[in-house]
Design a binder for this molecule. Sequence first.
Ligand SMILES: C[S@@+](CC[C@H](N)C(=O)[O-])C[C@H]1O[C@@H](n2cnc3c(N)ncnc32)[C@H](O)[C@@H]1O
Length: 250
Amino acid sequence: MTSLSALYADLSGYYDRFCLDVDYAAQCDFANRVARTFGHSAGHAYLDLACGTGQHLAHMAARGYAGTGLDNSQAMLDQAALRCPDATWLCCDLAGFDTPGRFDLITCFLYSIHYSHPRAALQETLRRAFAALRPGGVLLFDLVDKAGIGTRDAVSHLTEGDARFTFRSGWRYAGSGDTLDLHVTIERSDSAGLQRWEDRHAMTAIGIEEARAALQTEGFEVTVLERDFAGLREWEGESFNVMMVAVKPA
Ligand SMILES: C[S@@+](CC[C@H](N)C(=O)[O-])C[C@H]1O[C@@H](n2cnc3c(N)ncnc32)[C@H](O)[C@@H]1O
């Protein structure tokens, strides 16, 4: 069993290939649209929380944003720095940054906000995001309601030279409480044998309305959108996967 940071350190060089299905350009078009529609601060100072290998930072730079990436894995930040040589980096926990009044837009994608665990740490992350925004700035993140946690694992495969990787991940939720268990298993096999990484990691379980209230507690004005990157559709109250748009009042 590896720790989460050891897992990301070992796999940072492969992470992008596991994410080939993620349409980062569409997510960044969406983030830019959200910032222009809901934000009032007009600037382009951008912070990506749990930035991983910097894909959002690169796409946002192409849209005129000056980026800062935060991640608690130095190995992931090293990959991100290769991709985004002009960006600024914060190697710390999601609940550990202290950059008051600097940003017009803060994002956190691929449900990474749930890594802020336990629930009090998530609240602290929201508090610090509020402080880090300029008046009129926007915090945007995707969220899955704890009532909608599926039971199926996502599985993907990757071949790299003579090595074959299998990546399996899924969340488990006991049905009560504020902890989700993330199960990740990665196997690498080649002629020399089999290597296996396994992680069981606690993440925060939260409901959409609970997240709205948590944001409002910090002073944000909140809109919930469908997680549909093609447009800007207000949440209809049915789906469990949403985009939380939180604006710091101007
Ligand atoms: C699933 S990846 C998502 C990366 C990126 N947002 C994307 O969409 O490709 C999650 C990232 O969160 C980072 N991470 C996990 N827990 C964290 C924490 N408590 N504080 C800061 N970063 C964290 C990991 O190192 C990893 O880079």
